[in-house]
Design a protein around this ligand. Structure first.
Ligand SMILES: Nc1nc2c(ncn2[C@@H]2O[C@H](COP(=O)(O)OP(=O)(O)O)[C@@H](O)[C@H]2O)c(=O)[nH]1
Ligand SMILES: [Mg+2]
Length: 306
């Protein structure tokens, strides 16, 4: 199944909600008046795309409506998919597709970090890359075992230390191992919970700094965010970006949520490219991100003229 089919089903509730709202709005008639523009913005916000992306989308559509002298709301809605796609941050191909790199996966507990590391390990190995995993989530023994299990499934090597070890030391070992074995993609799983959120950020900052100092390859920090958390995810993303200066985001659990718009909220507001998306719990349930398909899955098409 391709990208569109996989997320289309997951986002069907988002799409239904959006259509319903738009139909209410269009019942007044297709005039391009303030009520339409405000209603469109509100409907986008209700789709969880965030206030910042919603306002950018509406501003750009208003601009185009004037410049192209668009006749009515339907002509505007024809441009909505493209406009949504354009509102995603671009770039990020270098993180997984190019030369050697160390990628640190961060995010709160349960978002899918460990699972995502496993999926990416498999995908990259299949593509012929030499992958090494590092388990810097040393807070819980179960977290180390979970990553070891993914390493077995993906058939890649893994660096670990016992529970309670300093995560920065694990990273140090992992980099040394990568250098001695010639691994060209190092994926590091990190903790998503410590005693407090401030402790977590401090620890992750330290880990990232150590890795950046020690590594001879580019280091990227990638936030794993769970689409089912809606706007909480945006708040978390801000906090992680502030502390760690993120390079991109992986959005998980797009297979079963009405809140898929959060992908756009995070990408636009924090200028973070969506690198991959998670569409299930299995090792192959990872897809490349396509902004146009995503927009189509999120809001659908408006072909019915009243
Ligand atoms: N439906 C679905 N579940 C996922 C996805 N990614 C991860 N999960 C599940 O989310 C739960 C937490 O995942 P885990 O990788 O342990 O999260 P972590 O705490 O961030 O490392 C597990 O039950 C995973 O199977 C996804 O894309 N779709
Ligand atoms: Mg984990």
């Amino acid at each position: 199944m391709g990208f569109f089919d996989r997320i289309s089903e997951g986002l069907s509730r988002s799409r239904d909600k959006f259509k319903e709202q738009m139909n209410v709005l269009l019942d007044r008639g297709p005039d391009l008046d303030d009520e339409f523009w405000d209603g469109l913005e509100e409907t986008l916000i209700l789709s969880d795309v965030g206030a910042s992306a919603a306002s950018t989308i509406v501003e750009n559509l208003r601009d185009q409506a004037t410049r192209k002298a668009l006749p009515d709301a339907y002509a505007v809605l024809d441009l909505l998919n493209d406009q949504i796609a354009d509102t995603f941050a671009e770039g990020g191909e270098r993180v997984f597709d190019e030369d050697a790199a160390i990628v640190l996966f961060v995010g709160i507990n349960g978002t899918g970090k460990t699972t995502t590391v496993g999926k990416i390990a498999k995908e990259a190995t299949d593509a012929g890359r030499h992958v090494l995993l590092g388990s810097a989530d040393t807070f819980r023994a179960a977290a180390i075992e979970q990553l070891e299990e993914w390493a077995r499934r993906a058939d890649v090597e893994i660096c670990t230390r016992e529970r309670g070890s300093d995560p920065a030391s694990v990273c140090y070992d992992t980099i040394e191992r990568a250098e001695s074995t010639g691994a060209d993609l190092v994926l590091v799983d990190t903790a998503g919970r410590l005693h407090t959120s401030a402790d977590l950020m401090r620890e992750l900052e330290k880990v990232v700094n150590v890795v950046r100092k020690r590594a001879n390859m580019p280091v990227y920090t990638v936030l794993v965010t769970d689409a089912t958390t809606g706007q909480n995810g945006l708040q978390q993303a801000r906090e992680f970006d502030r502390a760690l200066d993120l390079d991109g985001v992986v959005v998980t659990k797009l297979d079963g949520t009405a809140k898929g718009g959060i992908a756009l909220a995070v990408s636009h507001e924090l200028d973070l490219p969506v690198l991959k998306i998670g569409v299930g719990e299995g090792i192959d349930d990872l897809k490349d991100f396509d902004a146009h398909d995503f927009a189509r899955a999120l809001i659908g098409d408006f072909d019915k003229r009243a």
